[in-house]
Design a protein around this ligand. Structure first.
Ligand code: DGY
Length: 309
């Protein structure tokens, strides 16, 4: 039986699926000396990793020759140095497609929460500060008629736009090229970044983390947006310059934010904890039973393809 190591605990259903064909070994990587991690890699044919694992060039250089695949339990691969793996001839797989709807649901939840002030409202209740209904407590805005800007019109961006259209939002998008899926929803392509930023009431980020997209939301892009615009991020934390966003939330240039991902997570900038009009979630975009099982099936099929061929 071939042995597969996994850095993160997997759902029971996924562990039993993969364990029906491969020997499984739990080998945490985060917060552990690399030497200790490597002792777990003996006789291992594949390594299953997860977002947040530091699968960098140094780690990849030390992996034993027996490793024939690095399978990430994720769509995003920013935690893996794919080029370093390629240099060692180790393929890297991910789990595309299967988490589109779950992540778009969370993007919609954050759009609603940020625009309607649900985070502030819930905090008011939890703190025991609710004095009863008044005509002016926690004003939000109607979603209908507001402009949603999708930055990165891939599958998740288009699925978010589909949901927002059902709430009556008007759609625009920015990306490197036109998207048939977005055009099919009646979304207007605004491929000039400043034109896009000026047009949006809510911006939802669906870009991969690359050297070109890092700090996409920054002092400059915030100042190009309408006063009171809302920022939603379900993609990667480093798309946002935290200091710039927190300052803009405090002075009202940004009217609200819904964040599911954070640079350096699980740590997050402490300024978010006291910033106004913010809803914070702990990276739960793909966290449904169905989706995590589908992601596990995708990992399983990569393992079969590379180890049982
Ligand atoms: C991914 O798959 O990249 C997600 O961020 C995990 O939810």
């Amino acid at each position: 039986m071939k042995r597969v190591a996994h850095t993160a605990e997997m759902p029971e259903s996924v562990a039993s699926l993969i364990g029906s064909v491969f020997g499984l070994r739990h080998a945490p990587l985060r917060g552990r000396p690399i030497g200790e991690f490597l002792t777990d890699m003996e006789d291992v044919s594949a390594l299953i990793v997860a977002p947040g694992d530091p699968v960098d060039a140094a780690c990849i250089a030390e992996l034993p020759k027996s490793i024939k695949l690095i399978a990430s339990y994720s769509t995003g691969l920013d935690h893996v140095d794919v080029e370093a793996a390629q240099r060692r001839g180790i393929p890297v797989s991910n789990t595309p497609d299967v988490l589109t709807d779950a992540t778009a649901d969370i993007a919609m939840l954050l759009i609603l929460s940020a625009v309607r002030g649900a985070g502030d409202a819930e905090r008011m209740l939890r703190m025991g500060d609710w004095k009863g209904w008044t005509p002016h407590q926690i004003f939000g805005s109607d979603l209908a008629g507001r402009v949603l800007g999708i930055a990165g019109p891939g599958r998740i961006g288009a699925a978010t736009a589909l949901r927002a259209a059902a709430f009556g939002m008007r759609l625009v998008y920015w990306g490197r090229r036109q998207s048939e899926a977005m055009n099919g929803l009646g979304a207007k392509p605004l491929l000039d970044l400043d034109a896009f930023l000026e047009a949006v009431d809510v911006i939802s980020l669906h870009l991969p983390s690359t050297p070109w997209t890092r700090r996409f939301i920054n002092e400059r892009t915030i100042s190009a947006m309408r006063k009171g615009a809302v920022v939603v991020n379900t993609a990667r934390g480093d798309l946002v310059d935290d200091e710039a966003l927190i300052a803009a939330l405090h002075d009202g240039r940004i009217g609200g934010a819904g964040l599911d991902v954070f640079e350096g997570e699980p740590a997050l900038h402490p300024g978010y904890l006291t910033a106004p009009h913010v809803t914070l979630l702990p990276h739960i975009g793909s966290a449904t039973h169905e989706t995590r099982l589908a992601m596990g099936r995708s990992v399983f099929s990569s393992l079969q393809q590379h180890l049982c061929g």
